[in-house]
Ligand binder design. Structure first.
Ligand code: APR
Length: 171
């Protein structure tokens, strides 16, 4: 099962997978970080479709086409803002991964790439986030055989180390 999960280093917008996941905010109207990179690479059509979605609550996920991206789909999810850990941040982050995977399965997506949701502007500690991501994805793949490959895309060496370690621990 864990051969279906792989940690990679680089720019998620370049990946030729069925879907890439966007770490968005609840307005779904773009932003900085990976959200900004995805919108820049996808072009104006992505924002136009996002406008029709009417936002997305934290922990939930929405799907759009990928437009000029190599990926056919973009799954937009909203991770929690880290506020010290006493505001259900762990559960909301787990939900963001779980709901993104559910949406992928419903849309017969076979390969999907996640950024390190909430670990940038939203301040979620990357060690803690990586353990939640690895556990949630491993658990989902144990119960669902349709998704063939999940890429965890890291944009810093520190994140890559954390995600590799977290994946080892989830085996
Ligand atoms: N490819 C892969 N990962 C990336 C890329 C990229 N091109 N650009 C940034 N990242 C990484 C960051 O290094 C971080 O590890 O994505 C992770 C998530 O960071 P953010 O993009 O800041 O997302 P997040 O912490 O979830 O905050 C979301 O920031 O950009 C705004 O609109 C967004 O308001 C929302 C908030």
């Amino acid at each position: 099962m864990n051969e279906r999960i792989e940690v990679v280093f680089g720019d998620i917008t370049k990946l030729e997978v069925d879907a890439i996941v966007n770490a968005a905010n609840s307005k779904l109207l773009g932003g900085g970080g990976v959200d900004g990179a995805i919108h820049r690479a996808a072009g104006p059509g992505l924002l136009e479709e996002c406008r029709s979605l009417g936002g997305c609550p934290t922990g939930e996920a929405r799907i759009t086409k990928g437009y000029r991206l190599a990926a056919k789909w973009v799954i937009h999810t909203v991770g929690p803002i880290w506020r010290g850990g006493a505001y259900c941040e762990d559960e909301l982050l787990a939900k963001a991964y779980r709901n993104s995977l559910k949406l992928a399965e419903e849309n017969r997506i076979k390969t999907i790439a996640f950024p390190a949701i909430s670990t940038g502007a939203y301040g979620f500690p990357v060690e803690r986030a990586s353990l939640i991501a690895a556990a949630e994805i491993s658990g989902f793949l144990e119960d669902n055989g349709s998704i063939e490959k999940v890429l965890l895309v890291c944009f810093s060496e520190r994140a890559e180390r954390c995600y590799l370690r977290a994946l080892e621990e989830s085996r």
